[in-house]
Design a binder for this molecule. Structure first.
Ligand SMILES: [Mg+2]
Length: 373
C-alpha cells in the first residue's frame, strides 16, 4: 500500500454537557480526524488525545504537529506492506502513541475500504453485537447521579461506570449502593489516589464493584501490584498501559486483573491486538474504552470490541451520549438495549460527513509527497 496524502483536521467537538472527572471539567473534546488517500481508496480515522495533557502527556495540537512534521512525512509515498511496516518506521520515536495511532490506523482503514469489508474482518473480529455500558462523571449532587443511574437502567443498560475522585467517593458509593443494591457498577479513579489512601481504597471493596479502574498514578505499575494484593476488587489499568511492553510488565507484576484497551492510547490497532492477545493468554479480560471522541473513533472501537477477549462491557457511547451532532451517518445507536451492532458495510459501514467536519475544524494540515503544508 502507498499512502499519497494525509489531511489532518484538528477539531473542536462540542459536548452536550460538561464532563467532570478527577482531572477537571471538559465542555468540548479536542480530537484529530485524518483523511488518508491511497491511489485506489480514501478513508477517515480519528485519534483523540484531548486538548490538554490531562489524560495522557499528548494533546490534539501536539499530535497534529507530530504527524505533520515527523510521522506523516516518513509514511507518505512509501510502500507500506503491512501495519508492522508503519510501526517499524516509528520505532525510533518514544511515546506519542496517539499520534502514531493516527497514522497506523490509516493503513487498516484504507485496507478495509480496498477489500470492501468491515474493519473487523482484517483481525478476525466476530459479527455479534457489542455489549456496552453507560457511564457518568462527577455530578452537582448525589441525587442528580441517582436520577441519571435510574434513567440509564430504564434504557436497558446492565452495567454503569462512575467517575470517582477524592471528595466524590465513599459517600457517593454508599448512596448508590443503598439505592441500587444489586446492580453492576464499576468505578474509574483516573489516577487520583495513592497508596497513602489505602483505607479508602480498601473501603471500596465493601461496595461489590466489578472493578476499580486506574486508582493510582497514571504511569504506575508497581504500586498497583501492591494494591491488588490488598483488595478483593479487580484492578483495571487504563492510563498505565501505553504500549505492549507496559501490558507485558503489568501481567508479570500482576498489577491488574482487567485491562482497558484504547487504540489511540497504545499506538494503533496492531499494538492493541498484541495487548488483547497477551491478556487473553494470561487469562486477563479486556474491554474497549473511549475518549468521548466522535462516532468515527467510536465505530472503530466497536469493530475492535468484537474480538473474543473484549469480554467485559465496553465503554463505547452511542452518538447522542456526548455529541449534539456527529460526523458519521448513520450515527452510533443502540441495536438493542445496551448493545451496538458492528459495521454492516465496508470499513466502519458509515458515511463520513465532511461538511460537519469542516464546520468544527480549528486547524488543518496536509502531508503529501511534495511536502507538508
Ligand atoms: Mg479510564
Amino acid at each position: 500500500m502507498r499512502i499519497e496524502r494525509f489531511d489532518i483536521h484538528q477539531v473542536h467537538l462540542p459536548l452536550s454537557y460538561p464532563w467532570r472527572t478527577g482531572y477537571g471539567a471538559d465542555d468540548v473534546v479536542e480530537s484529530l480526524l485524518i483523511k488518508a488517500y491511497a491511489p485506489d481508496a480514501e478513508a477517515w480515522v480519528e485519534t483523540c488525545p484531548l486538548g490538554a495533557p490531562t489524560y495522557s502527556p499528548e494533546t490534539a495540537g501536539g499530535a497534529a504537529l507530530m504527524i505533520r512534521d515527523i510521522l506523516g512525512p516518513l509514511a507518505v509515498d512509501r510502500e507500506l506492506e503491512s501495519p508492522a511496516t508503519v510501526r517499524t518506521l516509528f520505532a525510533p520515536f518514544r511515546g506519542n502513541s496517539f499520534a502514531k495511532a493516527g497514522v497506523e490506523c490509516c493503513w487498516w482503514a484504507l485496507e478495509a475500504v480496498r477489500q470492501g469489508v468491515p474493519l473487523r474482518r482484517l483481525f478476525s473480529g466476530k459479527d455479534a453485537d457489542v455489549v456496552v455500558r453507560d457511564g457518568f462523571g462527577v455530578q452537582d449532587s448525589v441525587d442528580m447521579l441517582l436520577a441519571k443511574i435510574q434513567g440509564s437502567m430504564a434504557q436497558g443498560h446492565t452495567q454503569i461506570k462512575l467517575k470517582i475522585c477524592p471528595g466524590w467517593d465513599l459517600d457517593v458509593l454508599s448512596a448508590v449502593r443503598s439505592e441500587f443494591p444489586e446492580f453492576a457498577f464499576q468505578i474509574d479513579c483516573n489516577g487520583s489516589y495513592s497508596l497513602g489512601d489505602i483505607a479508602t481504597l480498601r473501603a471500596f471493596d465493601s461496595f461489590k464493584l466489578e472493578m476499580i479502574e486506574q486508582p493510582l498514578y497514571y504511569r504506575d505499575l508497581a504500586d498497583h501490584a501492591t494494591l491488588q494484593k490488598q483488595i478483593r476488587t479487580p484492578v483495571c489499568l487504563d492510563e498505565s498501559i501505553t504500549c505492549l511492553q507496559d501490558a507485558e510488565q503489568a501481567l508479570r507484576l500482576q498489577s491488574c486483573r482487567i485491562v482497558n484497551i484504547k487504540i489511540g492510547r497504545v499506538g494503533g490497532i496492531g499494538p492493541a491486538l498484541a495487548i488483547h492477545d497477551a491478556c487473553q493468554d494470561a487469562g486477563i479480560s479486556c474491554w474497549v474504552g473511549g475518549m468521548m471522541e466522535s462516532g468515527l473513533g467510536s465505530a472503530m472501537s466497536a469493530e475492535f470490541a468484537t474480538l473474543p477477549n473484549c469480554s467485559l462491557p465496553n465503554g463505547i457511547p452511542v452518538s447522542t451520549k456526548f455529541h449534539p451532532e456527529d460526523v458519521v451517518d448513520p450515527p452510533l445507536a443502540f441495536s438493542r438495549p445496551g448493545h451496538i451492532a458492528p459495521a454492516a458495510g465496508p470499513y466502519l459501514g458509515r458515511r463520513v460527513l465532511e461538511d460537519v467536519i469542516e464546520a468544527v475544524t480549528i486547524g488543518k494540515w496536509t502531508v503529501a509527497a511534495s511536502g507538508a503544508t
